[in-house]
Design a protein around this ligand. Structure first.
Ligand code: NAP
Ligand code: MG
Length: 453
């Protein structure tokens, strides 16, 4: 039995210990999940919806507790962690309406009646990263359960606590045993077993592109369905005709939110050359104004990084002699702190410009015109999110259609809204989560022909 000590990244102090599941325990949990599936899929749609609403209400009643737990475990500012707990409630509520709306089609054919059913898949394995433990869990969990699947979730080794608590809340809300299980453990053990076990019919994975590739290859053995949400290196494109004040004031939050540990981070700011000096003048006070510190304190905007190892990785992008234009602040003393850092000018071959840093480091690069901006934005294997700042509607639409990425916002930085589809182009992922069509990713279409002659 392996014990893992969960560390508070803001203090470096232990929070609690967690027992890791072994490969054998994971297999046993998968088999329990497969048995629970037989009855869960048969629960009447209205009852399944009611249970999901009860689950959402239970999460809502414990939102403060969940937020405090996430702040301790992940170092997220309390305000952000409260939003994240609310996201779990909202996603469960949104998909609670789905069971009663899973209509198939009636297709005209000769000699009979043809209808389709959206059938659940069976056991779904969710492999969750450490950056947004609650929201990312809920994006798979809500639609998977609504569609009639059972779920075995593996939280990231470093951030298991909120997922474990949410599994208890599911039972308190009346969900039958083993419909939703959380197994803390290592990716190489629990995650690998979810990929390898034939009774798991679908994997939803969020994390690095490298591990995503391995998971996709592993799933191929069983033609296991897979949804992948992977890395990003998204562009924030600021044209000369934009509201430059607003673009500069909001740019830091588009990349330094969650200390930059966000797959949607706009970590490459591309600015039209004619306004770049003015933009940098406005960006500096905005970056220096970010309130970095104790995530449990009111008003904190940015907390620490998740671990010492991750901080070392982030720091490797800012070596001696790196072109640091300016930096924000970070507390001294214990905690895995790293100040918001702006690199400029950055050559487009620099690894700070090409690789996902997953920390509070952003590059600023000038562009000449619209075609140059789109070419720079697309010069990456990733394609997850992005922003376009311009006062010209036609340009906004042209550039939005030109940038090869799954989620764009114009004159704002919104990416993930549970009402709308979310996912990546190119190496940022496969499939879409959230929005009205998410159940398609958790069902297979069955076609039935009934002869009338
Ligand atoms: P990761 O290694 O891809 O981990 C994501 C999840 O996959 C974790 O639960 C991890 O378990 C699990 N896992 C690891 N190896 C596995 C395997 N062989 N089979 C099945 N599951 C496995 O990501 P990371 O190491 O936490 O972060 C590395 C980089 O990935 C980051 O710096 C960032 O660039 C990127 N990332 C992107 C996102 C995103 O939202 N798209 C999220 C996180 C990270 P463990 O807990 O044992 O590691
Ligand atoms: Mg890893």
């Amino acid at each position: 039995m392996t014990q893992y000590t969960v560390i508070n990244p803001a203090t470096e102090q232990p929070v609690t210990t967690v027992t890791h599941a072994s490969a054998e325990e994971t297999a046993a949990a998968i088999e329990r999940s497969a048995r629970a599936y037989e009855s869960w899929r048969a629960v009447a749609p209205g009852d399944r919806g009611r249970l999901l609403r009860a689950f959402a209400a239970e999460v809502d009643a414990h939102a403060d507790e969940l937020a405090a737990l996430e702040t301790q475990n992940s170092g997220h500012p309390l305000g952000a962690a409260s939003w994240e707990a609310g996201q779990v409630r909202d996603v469960l509520t949104y998909y609670s309406a789905a069971p009663e709306r899973m209509t198939g089609r009636q297709i005209p054919v000769p000699g009979g009646l043809d209808v389709t059913f959206a059938e659940p898949l069976g056991v779904v394995g969710l492999i969750v990263p450490w950056n947004f433990p609650m929201p990312i869990l809920s994006w798979g969990l809500g639609p998977a359960l609504a569609a009639g699947n059972t779920v075995v979730a593996k939280p990231a080794e470093m951030t298991p606590l909120t997922a474990m608590r949410i599994a208890e809340l599911a039972l308190d809300a009346g969900l039958p045993e083993y419909v939703f299980q959380v197994l803390p453990g290592k990716g190489s053990v629990v995650g690998q077993q979810l990929v390898d076990h034939p009774a798991v019919r679908k994997i939803v994975f969020t994390g690095s592109t490298e591990v995503g590739q391995q998971i996709m290859a592993g799933c191929a053995r069983h033609i296991k369905r897979v949804t992948l949400e992977l890395g990003g290196k998204s562009a924030n494109i600021v044209f000369a005709d934009a509201d430059i004040e607003k673009a500069a004031a909001t740019a830091p939050y588009a990349v330094f939110d969650n200390a930059g540990q966000d797959c949607c981070a706009r970590s490459r700011i591309l600015v039209q050359a004619s306004i770049i000096d003015r933009f940098m003048e406005l960006l500096e006070p905005a970056v220096q104004g970010i309130r970095v510190g104790d995530p449990a304190a009111a008003g904190t905007e940015m907390g620490p990084l998740i671990s010492a190892a991750h901080r070392e990785h982030v720091a490797s992008y800012v070596p001696e002699g790196a072109p640091v234009a300016f930096r924000g602040s970070a507390p001294d003393g214990p905690g895995f702190w790293y100040p918001p850092t702006v690199l400029a000018p950055v050559r487009t071959a620099d690894r700070a410009y090409t690789e996902e840093i997953f920390g509070p480091v952003v590059t600023v690069t000038p562009f000449a015109d619209e075609a140059d901006a789109v070419a720079l934005a697309n010069d990456t294997p990733y394609g997850l999110s992005g922003s376009i700042w311009t006062g010209n509607v036609g340009r906004a639409i042209r550039v939005a259609r030109g940038v090869e990425t799954g989620n764009l916002s114009v004159n704002s930085h919104s990416s993930v809204r549970y009402w709308t589809p979310f996912g990546g182009f190119k190496q940022s992922g496969l499939g879409r989560e959230l929005g009205p069509d998410a159940l398609d990713a958790f069902t297979d279409t069955k076609n039935v022909f009934i002869a009338t002659d």
